[in-house]
Design a protein around this ligand. Sequence first.
Ligand code: NI
Length: 138
Amino acid sequence: MSGTERFSVSLGGDLLRQFDHAWRAEGHPTRSEAVKAMIRQSLVRMEWQAGKEVAGAVVLVYDHHLKPLAGKLVAVQHEFEDVIVSTTHAHLDHDSCLESIIVDGKAETVARLVKRLKSIKGIKHASLMMTTTGKEMG
Ligand code: NI
């Protein structure tokens, strides 16, 4: 890792006040840490857009009583086993299950997986948390 460099940014008063309010509300310890987090968030988005190797988690909520759904869910996950690292299943209550699928692979393959999962009839909610493998992140 290379050393730390300082740089200055000129901001209008309103924008700076809004930014200071926002990063404090989000819980960042300092303005510098908040700026770093924003830069990294932006770099993660670019990694996904550029189709690089990415990491993330797909979270699904569904009713397990819908039998065809459970079968399709397993079949799709086997089809995409090259990008799926692990799957954790939680029984939320009598009806609802939450499945968290950790992914690591090409962004477009992950995007295809998410699309396939969302197309399964009966999924109540599907959400993708996009992050980085960290390999190219300073
Ligand atoms: Ni369950």
